[in-house]
Design a protein around this ligand. Structure first.
Ligand code: SAM
Ligand code: SF4
Ligand code: SF4
Length: 364
């Protein structure tokens, strides 16, 4: 089974970017006039959890072959790609995985990325998404290395439910301690992501709201998505963002809040009593492809232009063939300029049976 997945990941044939002359200047727009603003960098396909919606143990078991270390991009290679992406318009870098805190010496990479500057001389926003298990131990070092913020995933407050969902023996208290340490270290505001699945954890929506309301942490609800092909996704298990907002509003009145910038993934809602806000990510019920400005870099150096892509662009081959910075920039420019992706807008008959990369490989 793991071979099937591999076939839809690393072994996917390379797509060829639009060929541009080296030295193409300016910031590219894709075929739908979307700029490149975010780069998500997946540092590993390994994880210490087996969340049932992401890495079901039946597939990601003890015989699953993860990427060998030698195939991973080195920190220097990642920094080179990120530097050229920043020159082309990227303003936000997010480290993800798998579990990014499993990548050894991640602080060294963070320090390298924290030194990047936009053409105007400004630092780039540097964030990380984690399951929080190692955050308590690492928060201070991450902050000192130059990380700005973290997003922590937490799908339930009830220990038994959490164990079931994450298929791990880690306690909710460990993740909550990670959140507290991140907050104390100044990696704030900490965002907390909860993927909602009907019948599995939707009864945790209100307890989560009650726990995080007024804490300064921002809780964000994510509609369960059909990422990858291993989680057996079913539309019936999706609780829509509208439903989530209605359930919370009934108990704790909410008001819509303005988006902070174009392309913001979550729609924002403020508690009417002034005790903070929540976010809702509705990529199934209300797709936001029209503003999608995200490029994704896989652990072994493939660029993916959509979370639901089948194929990537082999930027590692460019790096290891000795591409100059100028050639690398031209390559990225060409890749982005040819982008047409809008999976969530066309989800349905057209997309049934398409191979899709796994979430644990490319990150959220
Ligand atoms: N391991 C880290 C973590 O869990 O935060 C980073 C990687 S994880 C793939 C990134 C995010 O994707 C997490 O917030 C996770 O809950 C979310 N995610 C994974 N599979 C998903 C799915 N099928 N639908 C919606 N969100 C999903
Ligand atoms: Fe691991 Fe994150 Fe996937 Fe859960 S969602 S299995 S923590 S990569
Ligand atoms: Fe972006 Fe693809 Fe998600 Fe649409 S489906 S918002 S193009 S990642």
């Amino acid at each position: 089974m793991s071979d099937d997945i591999r076939a839809s990941l690393g072994a996917a044939p390379e797509r060829r970017p639009t060929v541009r002359a080296a030295g193409t200047s300016g910031q590219p727009l894709d075929t739908r006039h979307r700029p490149l603003r975010d780069l998500r960098i997946s540092l590993t396909d390994k994880c210490n959890f087996r969340c049932t919606y992401c890495m079901p143990r039946e597939i990601f078991g003890s015989d699953y072959e993860f990427l060998p270390h030698a195939s991973l991009l080195s920190f220097e290679e990642i920094e080179r790609v990120a530097r050229q992406a920043v020159a082309l318009g990227v303003r936000k870098l997010r480290l993800t995985g798998g579990e990014p805190l499993l990548r050894r010496d991640i602080e060294v990479l963070i320090a390298m990325l924290a030194r990047l500057r936009t053409p105007e001389g400004n630092p780039v926003e540097l964030t990380l998404t984690t399951n929080g298990t190692l955050l308590g131990r690492k928060a201070r070092a991450l902050k000192e290395a130059g990380l700005h913020r973290v997003t922590v995933s937490l799908d339930a407050l009830d220990d038994q439910r959490f164990t079931q969902l994450s298929d791990s023996s880690v306690s909710v208290a460990t993740v909550l301690d990670g959140i507290a340490q991140a907050h104390a270290a100044g990696l704030a505001p900490v965002k907390v992501n909860m993927v909602v699945r009907k019948g599995l954890n939707d009864d945790q929506i209100l307890p989560m709201v009650e726990h995080f309301k007024g804490s300064g942490q921002i809780l964000r609800f994510i509609e369960y998505m059909d990422v990858g092909t291993s989680n057996g996704w079913n539309l019936d298990e999706v609780v829509s963002g509208a439903d989530i907002v209605a359930r919370i509003h009934e108990r704790y009145p909410l008001e819509p809040a303005q988006a902070q910038y174009r392309g913001e993934v979550a729609s924002r809602w403020r508690f009417a009593d002034g005790s903070g806000e929540i976010g809702v990510i509705t990529s199934v019920s209300q797709p936001f492809c029209g503003d999608c400005s995200r490029m994704r870099l896989s652990p072994e150096g493939r660029l993916f232009l959509c979370l639901f892509a089948s194929q990537g662009y082999d930027v590692r081959a460019q790096l290891r063939a000795g591409a100059t910075d100028e050639q690398l920039a031209a390559y990225l420019h060409g890749v982005w300029s040819g982008r047409r992706d809008r999976y969530s807008e066309i989800r349905g008959e057209q997309t049934v049976g398409r191979p899709r990369i796994e979430m644990s490989y490319i990150g959220g």
